[in-house]
Design a protein around this ligand. Structure first.
Ligand code: FE2
Ligand code: FE2
Length: 298
């Protein structure tokens, strides 16, 4: 009993420190925060967005490299942000800026972290790719396609926070997941008292990420609670399964948990469709290799 009280106290102390670190988390680059605000402002024009992004040449350059990557596969080079907006649409460019902002917000620099960042982002890009495929299979709207791509990219950002600010405990979580053959989510809760979905939600709130994105971050392991975000949360959940099934990347564990029954029911895919989605995820990911490299600055 004494041990469990001690463990509880330790965990409570840790949770308080996590709370403090969350408060101190640096804000996103100002330009990215402004770009995100345009989500709620229907009067923003392509020219406005171009002007905004162009104030940060490094960001603008990275966005242009992403839109020229083989993931999008445009035959002609896109040389300006305005051109990118015309070709890819307002929300794609805005989402790319947001994603790059989040990547830079969790740049570990020279710090050695427990989570292999390259493998982590490979998992994320694989989930984003799979999410687009699942959405297309469900004949989802263009809006949903946009949302699940960024949702796939950023669904596990809570892990980055825990890994960066609590490297010792996160090392334990990763080792525990492996040794006990449990999910990293379960292992986080044992090692830190809190899992990446809850932390991810807090980070999303702190950075004012859109509510749909916050829902995918917070609920991709608890799809039954997704309510009005059921469609996008279910797609990201299924995409997470697909990325794991075809062994792309590693975001802390390599388990392949079953797809939640409510998601299975809603998707209603035959075994053949699942198989096709697996092979399509592999080929889509292959086409996204340079996208991944640009994202993580390699
Ligand atoms: Fe997750
Ligand atoms: Fe994941």
């Amino acid at each position: 009993m004494a041990i469990s009280v001690e463990t509880k106290l330790k965990q409570e102390r840790l949770l308080r420190i996590i709370e403090e670190e969350l408060q101190d988390l640096p804000s996103l680059p100002a330009v990215v925060a402004k770009v995100m605000q345009t989500i709620n402002d229907p009067t923003t024009s392509a020219t406005d967005l171009n002007r905004l992004i162009s104030t940060d040449q490094a960001l603008a350059g990275k966005i242009l490299r992403l839109v020229n990557s083989s993931y999008y596969g445009f035959p002609r080079k896109i040389t300006t942000i305005t051109h990118a907006i015309v070709i890819l649409g307002f929300s794609t460019v805005r989402n790319l800026a947001t994603s790059l902002g989040v990547v830079s917000g969790f740049d570990p620099g020279n710090m050695i972290t427990a989570l292999d960042r390259e493998q982590f982002w490979a998992h994320s890009v694989a989930v984003a790719s799979a999410a687009s495929l699942v959405a297309r299979r469900k004949n989802a709207s263009a809006k949903v396609l946009e949302e699940v791509f960024i949702g796939g990219l950023l669904h596990d950002i809570g892990k980055l926070f825990l890994d960066q600010y609590f490297p010792q405990q996160y090392t334990i979580a990763i080792k525990l997941a492996k040794a006990a053959n449990i999910s990293i989510w379960e292992a986080e809760k044992t090692a830190l008292g809190v899992g990446h979905v809850l932390i991810g939600k807090r980070v999303a709130e702190k950075w004012n990420l859109p509510p749909s994105l916050s829902a995918m971050i917070a609920l991709h392991h608890q799809t039954a609670y997704a309510k009005e975000y059921m469609e996008i949360v279910s797609i990201v959940h299924a995409a997470d399964y697909l990325a794991r099934k075809v062994k792309l990347g590693n975001a802390g564990d390599t388990l392949v948990p079953a797809v939640a029954p409510e998601v299975q029911r809603w998707l209603n895919f035959s075994p053949e469709v699942w198989e096709t989605l697996e092979s399509d995820t592999l080929s889509k990911f292959e086409g996204a290799t340079d996208f991944l490299k640009i994202m993580i600055g390699k």
